[in-house]
Design a protein around this ligand. Structure first.
Ligand SMILES: Nc1ncnc2c1ncn2[C@@H]1O[C@H](COP(=O)(O)OP(=O)(O)OP(=O)(O)O)[C@@H](O)[C@H]1O
Ligand SMILES: [Mg+2]
Length: 322
Protein backbone atom coordinates (compact mmCIF):
# COMPACT_ATOMS: atom_id res chain seq x y z
CA UNK A 1 0.00 0.00 0.00
CA UNK A 2 1.24 3.47 -0.80
CA UNK A 3 1.71 5.73 2.21
CA UNK A 4 -0.83 8.57 2.38
CA UNK A 5 0.64 11.99 1.49
CA UNK A 6 -0.01 13.33 5.01
CA UNK A 7 1.41 11.01 7.63
CA UNK A 8 0.32 10.28 11.17
CA UNK A 9 3.51 11.99 12.36
CA UNK A 10 2.49 15.17 10.54
CA UNK A 11 -0.93 15.12 12.16
CA UNK A 12 0.74 14.64 15.53
CA UNK A 13 3.08 17.56 14.88
CA UNK A 14 0.09 19.77 14.00
CA UNK A 15 -1.64 18.69 17.22
CA UNK A 16 1.42 19.46 19.29
CA UNK A 17 2.01 22.90 17.84
CA UNK A 18 -1.51 24.17 17.15
CA UNK A 19 -4.08 22.17 19.07
CA UNK A 20 -2.79 21.11 22.47
CA UNK A 21 -2.33 23.30 25.48
CA UNK A 22 1.45 23.10 26.03
CA UNK A 23 2.36 20.70 28.82
CA UNK A 24 4.35 23.35 30.73
CA UNK A 25 1.36 25.73 30.61
CA UNK A 26 -1.00 22.98 31.72
CA UNK A 27 1.34 21.99 34.58
CA UNK A 28 1.74 25.61 35.65
CA UNK A 29 -2.03 26.17 35.64
CA UNK A 30 -2.68 22.93 37.48
CA UNK A 31 -0.20 23.96 40.16
CA UNK A 32 -1.69 27.43 40.46
CA UNK A 33 -5.23 26.08 40.75
CA UNK A 34 -4.22 23.37 43.19
CA UNK A 35 -2.46 25.94 45.40
CA UNK A 36 -5.66 27.99 45.40
CA UNK A 37 -7.74 24.93 46.23
CA UNK A 38 -5.38 24.09 49.08
CA UNK A 39 -5.70 27.61 50.43
CA UNK A 40 -9.49 27.41 50.19
CA UNK A 41 -9.49 24.04 51.94
CA UNK A 42 -7.46 25.47 54.85
CA UNK A 43 -9.69 28.53 55.07
CA UNK A 44 -12.85 26.39 55.03
CA UNK A 45 -11.30 24.20 57.73
CA UNK A 46 -10.96 27.28 59.92
CA UNK A 47 -14.54 28.36 59.07
CA UNK A 48 -16.58 25.19 59.42
CA UNK A 49 -19.86 27.10 59.19
CA UNK A 50 -19.05 28.67 55.83
CA UNK A 51 -20.82 25.98 53.78
CA UNK A 52 -17.89 25.30 51.46
CA UNK A 53 -17.16 21.60 51.75
CA UNK A 54 -14.48 20.84 49.16
CA UNK A 55 -13.43 21.38 45.58
CA UNK A 56 -12.18 19.35 42.65
CA UNK A 57 -10.34 20.39 39.57
CA UNK A 58 -12.80 19.39 36.84
CA UNK A 59 -13.05 20.03 33.14
CA UNK A 60 -10.40 19.65 30.50
CA UNK A 61 -7.39 20.68 32.60
CA UNK A 62 -8.15 17.83 34.99
CA UNK A 63 -8.72 15.37 32.15
CA UNK A 64 -5.68 16.33 30.08
CA UNK A 65 -7.86 17.35 27.14
CA UNK A 66 -7.40 21.13 27.21
CA UNK A 67 -6.79 23.03 23.99
CA UNK A 68 -4.28 25.79 23.38
CA UNK A 69 -7.16 28.24 23.00
CA UNK A 70 -8.64 27.53 26.43
CA UNK A 71 -7.87 29.82 29.32
CA UNK A 72 -10.72 28.93 31.65
CA UNK A 73 -10.12 26.40 34.33
CA UNK A 74 -13.12 24.69 35.91
CA UNK A 75 -13.23 23.91 39.59
CA UNK A 76 -16.26 22.09 40.98
CA UNK A 77 -17.09 23.75 44.29
CA UNK A 78 -19.01 21.45 46.64
CA UNK A 79 -21.24 23.43 48.97
CA UNK A 80 -23.76 22.83 51.71
CA UNK A 81 -26.39 25.51 51.20
CA UNK A 82 -29.50 26.02 53.30
CA UNK A 83 -31.39 28.24 50.83
CA UNK A 84 -33.32 27.26 47.72
CA UNK A 85 -31.32 25.02 45.40
CA UNK A 86 -31.24 27.22 42.39
CA UNK A 87 -28.30 28.81 40.54
CA UNK A 88 -29.70 32.32 40.95
CA UNK A 89 -27.95 35.58 41.74
CA UNK A 90 -28.52 35.20 45.47
CA UNK A 91 -26.74 31.86 45.54
CA UNK A 92 -23.86 33.01 43.34
CA UNK A 93 -23.42 36.10 45.53
CA UNK A 94 -23.33 33.78 48.54
CA UNK A 95 -20.42 31.88 46.96
CA UNK A 96 -18.64 35.06 45.83
CA UNK A 97 -18.85 36.49 49.36
CA UNK A 98 -17.16 33.42 50.77
CA UNK A 99 -14.44 33.38 48.13
CA UNK A 100 -13.76 37.06 48.84
CA UNK A 101 -13.31 36.22 52.52
CA UNK A 102 -11.04 33.33 51.69
CA UNK A 103 -8.89 35.43 49.34
CA UNK A 104 -8.65 38.79 51.16
CA UNK A 105 -5.74 39.96 49.02
CA UNK A 106 -7.83 39.92 45.87
CA UNK A 107 -9.90 42.94 44.93
CA UNK A 108 -13.68 42.33 44.93
CA UNK A 109 -13.85 42.77 41.15
CA UNK A 110 -11.48 39.83 40.72
CA UNK A 111 -14.18 37.59 42.17
CA UNK A 112 -17.46 38.03 40.31
CA UNK A 113 -20.50 35.89 39.59
CA UNK A 114 -20.64 35.10 35.87
CA UNK A 115 -23.72 33.48 34.41
CA UNK A 116 -23.99 30.26 36.44
CA UNK A 117 -20.57 30.14 38.10
CA UNK A 118 -18.25 32.46 39.97
CA UNK A 119 -15.22 33.64 38.06
CA UNK A 120 -11.93 34.41 39.74
CA UNK A 121 -9.55 36.42 37.56
CA UNK A 122 -5.81 36.41 38.15
CA UNK A 123 -4.25 39.49 36.69
CA UNK A 124 -0.83 38.11 35.89
CA UNK A 125 -1.27 34.38 35.59
CA UNK A 126 -3.22 34.51 32.29
CA UNK A 127 -5.78 32.16 33.73
CA UNK A 128 -9.28 32.46 35.15
CA UNK A 129 -10.92 29.96 37.43
CA UNK A 130 -14.62 29.24 37.05
CA UNK A 131 -15.95 27.93 40.33
CA UNK A 132 -18.85 25.76 39.23
CA UNK A 133 -21.14 24.99 42.19
CA UNK A 134 -22.31 21.57 43.28
CA UNK A 135 -25.08 21.28 45.91
CA UNK A 136 -23.78 18.52 48.13
CA UNK A 137 -25.24 16.45 50.97
CA UNK A 138 -22.20 14.32 51.78
CA UNK A 139 -22.67 11.43 49.31
CA UNK A 140 -19.70 9.04 49.53
CA UNK A 141 -19.27 8.89 45.73
CA UNK A 142 -19.25 12.67 45.60
CA UNK A 143 -22.54 12.83 43.80
CA UNK A 144 -24.30 16.12 44.06
CA UNK A 145 -26.31 18.61 41.99
CA UNK A 146 -23.86 20.17 39.55
CA UNK A 147 -24.91 23.50 38.09
CA UNK A 148 -24.65 23.43 34.31
CA UNK A 149 -22.34 26.27 33.30
CA UNK A 150 -24.34 26.84 30.16
CA UNK A 151 -27.95 26.60 31.27
CA UNK A 152 -27.93 26.79 35.05
CA UNK A 153 -29.82 23.51 35.14
CA UNK A 154 -29.06 21.15 38.06
CA UNK A 155 -27.52 17.82 37.08
CA UNK A 156 -27.13 14.96 39.55
CA UNK A 157 -23.64 13.67 38.91
CA UNK A 158 -20.16 13.13 40.30
CA UNK A 159 -17.16 15.01 38.97
CA UNK A 160 -14.54 12.68 40.55
CA UNK A 161 -16.30 9.68 39.02
CA UNK A 162 -16.15 11.35 35.60
CA UNK A 163 -12.43 11.86 36.07
CA UNK A 164 -12.07 8.21 37.02
CA UNK A 165 -14.11 7.17 33.97
CA UNK A 166 -11.95 9.17 31.55
CA UNK A 167 -8.73 8.06 33.27
CA UNK A 168 -9.63 4.42 32.68
CA UNK A 169 -9.86 5.04 28.91
CA UNK A 170 -6.69 7.12 28.92
CA UNK A 171 -4.88 4.29 30.66
CA UNK A 172 -5.91 1.86 27.92
CA UNK A 173 -4.72 4.25 25.22
CA UNK A 174 -1.96 6.36 26.79
CA UNK A 175 -1.49 9.71 24.99
CA UNK A 176 -3.64 8.73 22.05
CA UNK A 177 -7.12 8.80 23.59
CA UNK A 178 -6.64 12.33 24.88
CA UNK A 179 -4.97 13.40 21.64
CA UNK A 180 -7.83 12.23 19.46
CA UNK A 181 -10.29 13.98 21.82
CA UNK A 182 -8.32 17.22 21.52
CA UNK A 183 -8.19 17.01 17.72
CA UNK A 184 -11.95 16.47 17.61
CA UNK A 185 -12.60 19.31 20.04
CA UNK A 186 -10.47 21.52 17.79
CA UNK A 187 -12.49 20.42 14.76
CA UNK A 188 -15.76 21.12 16.61
CA UNK A 189 -14.41 24.50 17.66
CA UNK A 190 -13.82 25.41 14.00
CA UNK A 191 -17.36 24.37 13.14
CA UNK A 192 -18.71 26.51 15.98
CA UNK A 193 -16.80 29.50 14.62
CA UNK A 194 -18.37 28.99 11.19
CA UNK A 195 -21.93 28.39 12.34
CA UNK A 196 -23.39 29.58 15.61
CA UNK A 197 -26.06 26.89 15.48
CA UNK A 198 -23.44 24.17 15.48
CA UNK A 199 -23.15 22.59 18.91
CA UNK A 200 -20.99 19.72 20.05
CA UNK A 201 -20.15 19.70 23.70
CA UNK A 202 -16.65 18.59 24.72
CA UNK A 203 -18.04 16.08 27.21
CA UNK A 204 -20.16 14.49 24.45
CA UNK A 205 -17.12 14.15 22.18
CA UNK A 206 -15.28 12.44 25.04
CA UNK A 207 -18.13 10.07 25.72
CA UNK A 208 -18.42 9.10 22.05
CA UNK A 209 -14.65 8.45 21.98
CA UNK A 210 -15.03 6.35 25.14
CA UNK A 211 -17.81 4.37 23.44
CA UNK A 212 -15.55 3.78 20.41
CA UNK A 213 -12.63 2.81 22.66
CA UNK A 214 -14.86 0.31 24.45
CA UNK A 215 -15.90 -1.20 21.11
CA UNK A 216 -12.33 -1.77 20.00
CA UNK A 217 -11.43 1.32 17.96
CA UNK A 218 -7.70 1.98 18.01
CA UNK A 219 -6.45 5.49 18.65
CA UNK A 220 -2.74 5.38 17.84
CA UNK A 221 -3.12 6.30 14.20
CA UNK A 222 -4.82 9.70 14.22
CA UNK A 223 -6.14 9.83 10.65
CA UNK A 224 -7.69 6.37 11.18
CA UNK A 225 -9.12 7.26 14.59
CA UNK A 226 -10.63 10.49 13.27
CA UNK A 227 -12.15 8.61 10.34
CA UNK A 228 -13.55 6.02 12.77
CA UNK A 229 -15.19 8.78 14.80
CA UNK A 230 -16.79 10.46 11.78
CA UNK A 231 -17.76 7.10 10.36
CA UNK A 232 -19.49 6.16 13.59
CA UNK A 233 -21.49 9.40 13.50
CA UNK A 234 -22.58 8.70 9.95
CA UNK A 235 -23.50 5.09 10.58
CA UNK A 236 -25.41 5.73 13.78
CA UNK A 237 -26.65 9.17 12.66
CA UNK A 238 -26.39 9.84 16.39
CA UNK A 239 -29.72 8.09 16.78
CA UNK A 240 -28.22 5.17 18.63
CA UNK A 241 -28.27 5.29 22.40
CA UNK A 242 -24.83 5.56 24.00
CA UNK A 243 -24.42 4.34 27.58
CA UNK A 244 -21.78 2.72 29.76
CA UNK A 245 -21.80 -0.04 32.34
CA UNK A 246 -18.98 1.22 34.58
CA UNK A 247 -21.27 2.35 37.37
CA UNK A 248 -24.76 0.99 36.60
CA UNK A 249 -26.39 -1.71 34.52
CA UNK A 250 -28.41 -1.23 31.32
CA UNK A 251 -31.70 -1.86 33.15
CA UNK A 252 -31.24 1.43 35.02
CA UNK A 253 -31.65 3.38 31.78
CA UNK A 254 -35.00 4.90 30.76
CA UNK A 255 -37.16 2.46 28.80
CA UNK A 256 -38.16 4.87 26.09
CA UNK A 257 -36.45 7.60 24.17
CA UNK A 258 -37.23 11.14 25.22
CA UNK A 259 -34.62 13.17 23.31
CA UNK A 260 -33.28 13.24 19.76
CA UNK A 261 -29.75 12.35 20.89
CA UNK A 262 -29.09 10.08 23.85
CA UNK A 263 -25.64 9.97 25.43
CA UNK A 264 -26.01 9.01 29.05
CA UNK A 265 -23.89 10.26 31.88
CA UNK A 266 -21.78 7.26 32.96
CA UNK A 267 -22.60 8.17 36.56
CA UNK A 268 -26.36 8.77 36.37
CA UNK A 269 -28.70 6.89 34.00
CA UNK A 270 -31.27 9.64 34.37
CA UNK A 271 -28.95 12.30 33.02
CA UNK A 272 -28.79 12.44 29.25
CA UNK A 273 -25.83 14.68 28.47
CA UNK A 274 -27.35 15.47 25.06
CA UNK A 275 -30.86 16.19 26.35
CA UNK A 276 -30.81 19.74 24.99
CA UNK A 277 -29.82 18.76 21.45
CA UNK A 278 -32.49 19.31 18.81
CA UNK A 279 -33.01 17.57 15.47
CA UNK A 280 -31.32 20.58 13.86
CA UNK A 281 -28.29 20.26 16.16
CA UNK A 282 -28.09 16.55 15.35
CA UNK A 283 -28.31 17.00 11.60
CA UNK A 284 -25.66 19.73 11.61
CA UNK A 285 -23.27 17.34 13.39
CA UNK A 286 -23.98 14.59 10.86
CA UNK A 287 -23.49 16.95 7.91
CA UNK A 288 -20.19 18.16 9.38
CA UNK A 289 -19.06 14.57 9.96
CA UNK A 290 -19.84 13.72 6.33
CA UNK A 291 -17.83 16.68 5.10
CA UNK A 292 -14.89 15.77 7.33
CA UNK A 293 -14.92 12.11 6.36
CA UNK A 294 -15.06 12.96 2.65
CA UNK A 295 -12.09 15.28 3.08
CA UNK A 296 -10.08 12.68 5.00
CA UNK A 297 -10.82 10.04 2.38
CA UNK A 298 -9.80 12.37 -0.42
CA UNK A 299 -6.65 13.28 1.46
CA UNK A 300 -5.83 9.61 1.84
CA UNK A 301 -6.21 8.99 -1.89
CA UNK A 302 -4.62 12.24 -3.03
CA UNK A 303 -1.87 11.94 -5.60
CA UNK A 304 -0.05 15.07 -4.50
CA UNK A 305 0.88 16.47 -1.16
CA UNK A 306 -0.75 19.81 -2.02
CA UNK A 307 -4.02 18.09 -2.76
CA UNK A 308 -3.88 16.13 0.52
CA UNK A 309 -3.02 19.27 2.45
CA UNK A 310 -5.98 21.12 1.00
CA UNK A 311 -8.27 18.36 2.20
CA UNK A 312 -6.82 18.28 5.69
CA UNK A 313 -7.39 22.02 5.78
CA UNK A 314 -11.06 21.44 5.02
CA UNK A 315 -11.17 19.62 8.35
CA UNK A 316 -8.83 21.65 10.55
CA UNK A 317 -8.58 25.01 8.86
CA UNK A 318 -5.69 26.90 7.32
CA UNK A 319 -3.42 26.45 10.31
CA UNK A 320 -2.99 22.82 9.33
CA UNK A 321 0.53 22.30 8.01
CA UNK A 322 1.91 19.16 6.48
N1 LIG B 1 -24.50 17.45 30.97
C1 LIG B 1 -23.59 17.09 31.89
N2 LIG B 1 -23.87 16.14 32.79
C2 LIG B 1 -22.96 15.79 33.73
N3 LIG B 1 -21.76 16.33 33.85
C3 LIG B 1 -21.40 17.28 32.99
C4 LIG B 1 -22.30 17.72 31.96
N4 LIG B 1 -21.68 18.68 31.27
C5 LIG B 1 -20.46 18.84 31.82
N5 LIG B 1 -20.28 17.99 32.86
C6 LIG B 1 -19.10 17.90 33.72
O1 LIG B 1 -18.30 19.03 33.47
C7 LIG B 1 -17.01 18.64 32.96
C8 LIG B 1 -16.57 19.64 31.92
O2 LIG B 1 -17.19 19.38 30.70
P1 LIG B 1 -17.27 20.36 29.47
O3 LIG B 1 -17.93 19.67 28.33
O4 LIG B 1 -17.95 21.60 29.94
O5 LIG B 1 -15.89 20.84 29.09
P2 LIG B 1 -14.33 20.56 29.25
O6 LIG B 1 -14.04 19.09 29.33
O7 LIG B 1 -13.84 21.40 30.37
O8 LIG B 1 -13.82 21.06 27.85
P3 LIG B 1 -13.56 22.53 27.30
O9 LIG B 1 -13.79 23.50 28.41
O10 LIG B 1 -12.14 22.47 26.83
O11 LIG B 1 -14.54 22.65 26.18
C9 LIG B 1 -17.21 17.22 32.47
O12 LIG B 1 -16.00 16.48 32.50
C10 LIG B 1 -18.25 16.69 33.42
O13 LIG B 1 -17.62 16.28 34.64
MG1 LIG C 1 -13.87 23.57 30.53
Amino acid sequence: MIAPPISNAEVRAFAETKVNLAKETADERRKKVNDEREHLKNWAGEHPECGIVKSYLSGSLAKGTALKTSSDVDVALYVRYEGERKADRKFLDWIAARLRQAYPLMTPDQIEPSEYAVKVTYKNAGVDIDFVPVFYDGDKDNKGWLVSKRTGELLMTSVPMHLDFIRKRKKLYPQHFAQVVRLLKYWAGKKKEDDEQFRFKSFMIELICAHLADSGTQFDNYPDALSAFFNYLLESELKERIAFTDYYGPSALPKSKSSVVEIFDPVNPENNVAAQYTERNRSLIIAAAQEALDALNEAHMASTKADALENWRRVFGLTFKG
